[in-house]
Design a protein around this ligand. Structure first.
Ligand code: HEM
Length: 502
């Protein structure tokens, strides 16, 4: 009897589920897109195989955009995702928080690793939006204004010099440099030092070791889970990556370290004196004199994850592009010689002099922008559509997952002349750039909090490096810059030759 009931209920559930899937298909079948390979798995297999071939999710979306047009639908198993580069829709996506919200549970694969909170669901980055997030962003924003970050410029300077020392040392020891490996710990040091005023070498090392293990975990996770993201199903099937236990252990350790830093700051009576990101994290998680420690640590982890791999990746792509565009490198070195070296900028210079020099280095700005255009470290974004909308002639129902891809916006031939050519000069005439087509930090209310931090850090690092050394392509490296999907996008070959300048 019981078996009959269970069998009957399961059959009814299966029928209901199949009907639900068929209705979903019916709702979206008027929108173009790749053919579903299977009723239940949709385009999952295509996503897995073609993303590996294309090198990252954004490049895969670009290929589909060029094939299917400005709006298309892709099926992650039974769930549709609408992808668009239609400019009026992209504008709404970035600016209209009522129409496009981040997913309610935060970003699934960012909220936790295993059972340990990673960024949680309500950090400044993972919160879907609403009054709490608005309050937090309003409090944190002033902490990332250029005028405030300038106070920490000497910390960037010291770290930039250490990277240059290590680049030179690695060249002498090995005859080449694996630049991604050299740079990675230092972007972590930058956020630890300029963001959290951590100065102890031992703590800096612990923080960078932990963050590196977590970053490595995402590569294996993406390879093994093939786009389940890190859902319960992937965990149950054991497909969320063999590196998960080690990453989870490091994560616990980093969170504990973050908690200690926060407690030290509050209990030592130093809160508010450093004027760094940690002060702003504490301020934004305090209400009626009560500090929410869980949320504070979530935000601490957020600054690490959002602020370190993104910057390290951009610096790596910068070096790779410079070794393949020697004219640009020479022009940039001329600017560094004229302004940075010419004005005698050193670690003893005043913050104002360093900032004034950086402001005048317009070609450096253009090179960084062009690097971010060709290689946005975050290649896709993800929101949920809150109300029905129409894009071109397509009716899009509320509730659907929605993607605008930086890679598509930055490479579409409709928006950019010769999109695959590295040409920083296009940013010297920035009025020619179509709004919403250059979005490495996105725009609108959910724009990157750390944009100024990242740009300042990269400009200081590059100026110091190029005043001392230059880069040359290793003869074993291919002309094409190949990548793989990690949490962000990761370069496969990161070798270069470093030459000391006379
Ligand atoms: C080249 C470097 C960087 C790039 C390309 C970058 C890119 C981005 C992008 C695309 C987003 C939007 C993500 C989304 O839609 O969910 C974002 C958000 C964010 N970024 Fe960055 N980022 C960089 C550096 C940094 C740094 C250095 C920090 C902190 C020190 C930081 C902190 C944040 C935070 C807190 C958010 C969430 C803002 C919100 O949701 O209101 N980022 N970043």
């Amino acid at each position: 009897m019981l078996l009959t009931v269970i069998f009957g209920a399961s059959t009814l559930y299966l029928i209901w589920w199949i009907l639900w899937i068929a209705m979903q298909h019916n709702k979206y079948d008027h929108i173009p897109g790749p053919k579903r390979a299977s009723f239940f798995l949709g385009n999952l297999k295509l996503m897995a195989t073609e993303t590996i071939k294309a090198g990252n999710l954004g490049s895969f979306f670009l290929d589909l955009t060029l094939e299917f047009g400005d709006v298309f639908v892709l099926w992650r198993a039974t769930l549709p995702t609408v992808v668009t580069c239609d400019l009026p829709a992209v504008k709404e996506y970035y600016t209209n928080l009522k129409l496009f919200k981040k997913p309610k549970q935060g970003y699934l694969n960012l909220s936790r690793i295993g059972q340990t909170s990673f960024l949680g669901n309500h950090s400044i980055l993972s919160d879907a939006g609403g009054p709490n997030w608005e309050r937090k962003k309003r409090i944190m924003d002033p902490g990332f204004k250029i005028s405030r970050l300038q106070e920490h410029i000497s910390k960037f300077y010291v770290i930039g010099e250490q990277v240059a020392d290590d680049l030179e040392k690695a060249q002498i020891e090995n005859g080449f440099v694996d630049f991604a490996k050299v740079i990675a710990p230092y972007t972590i040091h930058a956020i630890s030092s300029a963001g959290f005023s951590v100065i102890s070498d031992e703590k800096l090392k612990q923080l960078s070791d932990g963050a590196t293990v977590i970053a490595d975990h995402w590569v294996t996770q993406f390879k093994s889970s093939n786009f389940f993201s890190r859902t319960r199903l992937a965990e149950i099937l054991g497909m969320d990556g063999p590196s998960r236990p080690v990453a989870e252990k490091q994560l616990k350790y980093l969170r504990e370290l973050g908690k200690q830093l926060i407690l030290d700051r509050v209990e030592s009576g130093n809160f508010g004196k450093a004027n760094d990101a940690l002060d702003f994290i504490i301020r934004s998680n305090e209400e009626n004199g009560e500090l929410n420690m869980k949320l504070s640590v979530d935000d601490f982890m957020t600054m690490y994850e959002a602020g370190n791999v993104t910057t390290a990746t951009t610096l790596s792509f910068f070096i790779a592009q410079m070794t393949r565009n020697v004219d640009c490198l020479e022009k940039l070195i001329r600017e560094v010689d004229e302004i940075w070296v010419g004005r005698g900028i050193s670690r003893n210079s005043s913050n104002q002099d360093i900032v004034a020099a950086l402001k005048d280095m317009v070609y450096l700005d253009a090179v960084i922008n062009e690097t971010l255009r060709i290689h946005p470290p975050v290649t896709v974004g993800n929101r949920i559509l809150q109300h029905d909308m129409k894009i071109q002639n397509y009716a899009i129902p509320a509730g659907v997952a929605f993607t605008v891809s930086q890679q598509v916006m930055h490479h579409h031939p409709q928006f950019w002349k010769d999109p695959d050519i590295f040409n920083p000069d296009r940013f010297l005439h920035s009025k020619d750039i179509i709004p919403f087509t250059f979005v490495p930090f996105i725009v609108g209310p959910r724009r990157c909090l750390g944009k100024n931090f990242a740009i300042l850090e990269m400009k200081v690092f590059i100026s110091i490096w190029l005043s001392r050394l230059t880069f040359e392509k290793s003869s074993s490296s291919k002309e094409e810059i190949l990548t793989e999907q990690s949490l962000l996008v990761r370069m496969l070959d990161t070798k270069t030759i470093v030459k000391m300048r006379g």
